[in-house]
Design a protein around this ligand. Structure first.
Ligand code: GL4
Length: 805
């Protein structure tokens, strides 16, 4: 859009006055933020309405991305950037003597997700709008997001995240688009005169699902898509009165986000949440379609529904229900439509994350949906037992062991199933969904994750963005593959030193931020070594900590090393005891290291509390090293690996998830790989001959480091140190931390050496940035669009492949 600085200034002052009846000098940062957000929203309104009208008029096939989590990050700067008016607005604010950053920092970061899975959903929203794809989100408007993390005496404590305290200026309540979702009760099937079944519900608990829409603004293209988040409210029937308790129960459905990543708690409220937003989404999609069509026959040509992990897998029986019960479509036709509409992404191989529901709970809460799942199950068995045998079908039918098995249901009811990086997609076929792969091989495919360089470079890393503009022009802002032009400058010494200078500038900024956050003065000349992600045993923050302890002991012995600053950000699920013990140890180690005058000149450790999207934007630009050190075969993809790479950090990694893609992109010389491969680990499992104790006994460095967990040298970790020590030695180290210790240290030593050669280092930085463009989510959603959703024309060069070559 076009907006001059002068125009902006007038309109902004005007908006502020209308809102607060005060001149801007009198307003707080929060009020200035509100005024600016509302003004920005007013710029979005017209293209938002126009986009919707165009989709309707042209009968564009639309994608609906169903996800129980979204992590959009702050929206003000990103919306201004995508509208193309960020520079004008910032200039205007400065002219008014206001600090743009202070205003941007007043925005709450909606934490409606746990980690990578939720962030990916939001990256896809941004990407779909930016490539001009008709893509909508469907999710939950949680009143409280992921808990706020604080540390008390090194322990994680969880505080409520009241993110809507000041309102959420980006949402529009669409009370006229509300739908009713039914729970519980019982159903009566009665043949009706027309010959089809009439389904009569008795004694149900009805909940009103009210949508709040959030604009998803495309980058410089006038497209504005919709993210629809549902809120649960008591219905307003004439003659029905709801008690306070009943209202409480209803409100509970959208009150809190479950704080577990990669773990299925199996709680009824969670099942309620899943059906709530899934049913609301399906009902509203069908209702909208039926406004302009008098049958459902062509539905699958206009609608694609994506199931982001199994949480929304009930979309399959729910669409069947609406098609049959409300639209009177027969089973076979309804199934044909459902299969064509639905697709499913699996995001993890961890068995504890695979969703299953006790049949009793499921049937009690969703009696009609259960009947339909039973019928899916019956027909599945009928169709495939003859060819594949009873034993195999028993293993993978939707119902079994007294449970509803969501991943199997999702696979059976979707025309496409994908993993999120090649290794992960292979392992899905090999292990978790192996039997289903035998039956439906054509459904399985890979779609490597992606990130949005708009947020991570254009907004998050301005110094780098400007340097890139100067050197290779601005084309990369539209098409990140243009970053490859950087290769031309691999021998340009001036540019290499500019790259290093830019990183140094970012590190000074990050040092200030760290000081504000945790009051630790860090040395900006140190190597900034970053691990930011959920705290999970398989991600092996612990291996990183053992590496730090080894460095600590070496420095104590008098060894000189280039200075390293280790930066952590990680939340643990509140019920994940082991993860929280690791947090305590990390904090204790940080304390010990930072307060030791012999050590702290060479080694510092900071653990920044309350990691989230906004904090990631502050950390990533200052990173030299990206730690991606999961047990091979466990991390489905990872996406912080891609973000850090695009900021020019060198990846220190195991051959896991998308690290393998990164390695293929940059070449062996521009990444530090170490550790066991997935195959080697599978070998240990198969033979059953992993003995963690052998490593402890053979390697004196490892021996010394592990002893520190229990010998009292690290103050305050008597219990936690012992528990971790036992997990590693008595319980045989489930995540192969000890097996990878030696090669991890060797990789770190290579990094230290490399960092002594700034020009060589800069070359590696350059290659990483240059090759990061392929991980843009814009390409990822285009592959989904062509190969799964069929909303884009097939282009020959992308046919069948996943990663841009
Ligand atoms: C995750 C994976 O753990 C992570 O590797 C992946 O990048 C992300 C998005 O695909 O999905 N799966 C779950 S569960 N949480 C994740 O973050």
């Amino acid at each position: 859009m076009a907006l001059t600085k002068e125009q902006f200034i007038t309109e902004f002052k005007d908006m502020a006055l209308r809102l607060y009846a005060a001149p801007i000098e009198d307003l707080s940062s929060q009020q200035l933020y509100q005024a600016l957000a509302l003004l920005t929203r007013s710029y979005i309104a017209k293209p938002w309405a126009d986009t919707k009208a165009r989709y309707d008029e042209e009968e564009t096939k639309q994608v609906f991305y169903f996800s129980i989590e979204f992590l959009p990050g702050r929206l003000l700067q990103s919306n201004l950037l995508n509208l193309g008016i960020l520079d004008e607005v910032e200039a205007g604010l400065k002219e008014l003597d206001l600090h743009p950053d202070k205003i941007f920092d007043a925005e709450a970061d909606p934490g409606l997700g746990n980690g990578g899975l939720g962030r990916l959903a939001s990256a896809f929203m941004d990407a779909m709008a930016s490539v001009g794809m008709a893509g909508n989100g469907n999710g939950i408007r949680y009143q409280y997001g992921l808990f706020k993390q604080a540390f008390v005496n090194g322990y994680q404590v969880e505080l409520p995240d009241d993110w809507m305290r000041n309102g959420f200026p980006w949402e529009t309540r669409k009370e006229n688009r509300a739908v009713t979702v039914k729970f519980g009760g019982w159903v009566e099937l009665r043949p009706s005169r027309g010959g089809h079944l009439r389904v009569i519900y008795h004694n149900t608990d009805d909940v009103l699902a009210v949508p709040y829409d959030v604009a998803m603004v495309g980058y410089h293209n006038g497209v504005v898509n919709n993210l629809r988040l549902w809120s649960a409210e008591a219905p307003i029937h004439a003659g029905t009165h709801f008690s306070l308790e009943q209202r409480e129960r209803i409100n509970q459905i959208t009150q809190i986000l479950y704080p577990d990543d990669s773990d299925n708690a199996g709680k009824e409220l969670r099942l309620r949440q899943e059906y709530f937003f899934t049913s609301a989404g399906i009902q509203s999609i069908v209702r909208h379609y039926r406004r302009t069509h008098n049958s459902m026959a062509g539905f699958a040509d206009r609608v694609a529904i994506h199931i982001n992990d199994t949480h929304p897998a009930m979309a399959i029986p729910e669409l069947m229900r609406v098609l049959m019960d409300d639209e009177h479509v027969g089973w076979d036709e309804a199934w044909r439509i459902t299969l064509k509409v639905m697709s499913y992404t699996n995001h993890t191989l961890l068995s504890e994350a695979l969703e299953v529901w006790p049949i009793d709970m499921f049937r009690g809460l969703l009696p009609r949906i259960y009947q339909i799942v039973q019928e899916i199950d019956r027909r599945f068995r009928l169709a495939f037992v003859p060819q594949f045998g009873q034993a195999m079908i028993d293993r993978i039918a939707p119902l079994g062991n007294g449970q509803v098995r969501m991943a199997y249901l999702a696979t059976i009811g979707s025309h496409a199933v994908n993993g999120v990086a090649p290794l992960h997609s292979e392992l899905l076929k090999k292990d978790v969904l192996h039997d289903l792969f035998q039956i439906f091989p054509e459904r399985f495919n890979n779609k490597t994750n992606g990130i949005t360089p708009r947020r991570w470079i254009q907004i998050g890393d301005r110094p780098l963005a400007h340097l890139l503009d100067k050197k290779i022009g601005t084309a990369w802002r539209q098409n990140p593959l243009a970053l490859r032009k950087l290769h031309d400058f691999i021998d340009d010494k001036r540019f290499l030193s500019d790259l290093n200078a830019t990183k140094a500038e970012n590190k000074r900024e990050l040092a200030k931020y760290i000081d504000q956050m945790v009051h630790v003065k860090v040395d900006p000349d140190a190597i900034f070594d970053v691990q930011i992600k959920r705290l999970h045993a398989y991600k092996r923050q612990l291996l990183h900590v053992l590496g730090i302890l080894d460095a600590y002991l070496a420095i104590k012995r008098g060894e000189k090393r280039p200075k390293r600053l280790h930066i952590f950000g990680a939340k643990a699920a509140p019920s994940y005891v082991y993860a929280k013990e690791i947090i305590k140890v990390m904090n204790a180690v940080a304390n010990m290291v930072n307060s030791d005058p012999e050590v702290s000149p060479y080694l510092q450790v900071v653990f920044l509390p309350n990691y989230g999207v906004t904090m990631a934007e502050k950390i990533i630009p200052g990173a030299d090293i990206s730690e991606q050190i999961s047990t091979a075969g466990k991390e489905a993809s990872g996406t912080s690996n891609m973000k850090l790479m695009s900021a020019g950090a060198l990846t220190l990694a195991t051959l896991d998830g998308a690290n393998i893609e990164i390695k293929n992109a940059v070449g062996d010389d521009n990444i530090e790989i170490f550790g066991l491969t997935e195959k080697e680990i599978a070998g240990y499992y198969q033979r059953g001959d992993y003995r963690s104790r052998d490593f402890y006994e053979k390697d004196p460095r490892l021996h010394a480091v592990l002893d520190m967990l229990v010998n009292g040298k690290i103050p305050g970790i008597e219990t936690e140190g012992r528990d971790i020590y036992n997990a590693l030695l008595m319980y045989n180290d489930e995540y192969f931390v000890l097996a990878d210790f030696e090669s991890y240290l060797a990789a770190n030593a290579r990094v230290d050496k490399l960092y002594q050669q700034p020009q060589l280092w800069a070359k590696k930085v350059l290659v990483n940035i240059a090759e990061s463009g392929r991980f843009s989510a814009d390409f990822t959603v285009q592959r989904y669009g062509r190969e799964i959703w069929h909303v884009l024309p097939q282009t020959p060069e992308d046919d069948g492949s996943d990663t841009e070559g």
